[in-house]
Design a protein around this ligand. Sequence first.
Ligand code: NAD
Length: 282
Amino acid sequence: SAEVIYGKQLAEDLRQEMKEEVSALHTKDIRPKLVVVILGEDPASMSYVKGKQRASEKIGMDSDLIELPVETSERELLDLIEKLNQDPTVHGILVQLPVPDHISDQKIIEAIHPEKDVDGFHPANVGKMMTGQDTFFPCTPYGILVMLKRADITLEGKHVVIIGRSNLVGKPVGQLLLNENATVTHCHSRTKNLQSHTKQADILIVAAGKPSLISAEDIKEGAVVIDVGVNRVDGKLTGDVDFESAKEVASHITPVPKGVGPMTITMLLHNTIKAAKRIHNQ
Ligand code: NAD
């Protein structure tokens, strides 16, 4: 039976280290600060941003939550972002996406100064990641990379198969692992004979948002399985992998919940501290 990789435990360890780093920065009069902006009152988005704020406070990091009405205009939001870009006390800016339909997500992403883009979505930062440069990496993909490394899983030369090609998860996690010298295959909704690909994977990353898409018969004996999916089935949180059967063939597997999820916010905290250090030349 597979070793279960608990992102939750790792996230707690990393946040403890970050708490110490933040207090060390405070002694140098550097106060890392994250500002999260949310439009409207969508309960899922609200619970995400509250989680981000709580996590910031827990490591002693300054954080502001700016709640705007859903009818806020694109101009008003762009003006606010510009104000935050100019504010020297702010190091990380995050606008909770998606924004309402009358505002362009892409315009908002591109308005945030790349040095404060702690989500790692700005095309300048995406481009840096593509070309193997250091920058802010998107939080979920980065969290997956850190989990694999901390679990001592060799990436070089491994065949990584990713199900999913979104800009949020699939594409960037593939790029980060390619940068680590893995051989990367992306599958997606138009891929033919999915199982013929997943069966080849030394490391299988599933980010499709489809409950039970993957089970034991899709997995090569001894593979590492990372389940990114978050689905609600009969009121219960579940991933994209049938955990019970998969753990009998995999060597390592992440659960849902307590797997990849807690790593995402952790990497957001990491990126904000990094932004503060860069802005203050530390
Ligand atoms: P998305 O809907 O943007 O992308 C899903 C991808 O999966 C697409 O590229 C699609 O082609 C592919 N896909 C869908 N059905 C497929 C199928 N049957 N066979 C092969 N490929 C298929 O979603 P996303 O934003 O990339 O998120 C993916 C999942 O990860 C969701 O469940 C989401 O909730 C979850 N997620 C979790 C975290 C976290 O922190 N744990 C963060 C982001 C997203």
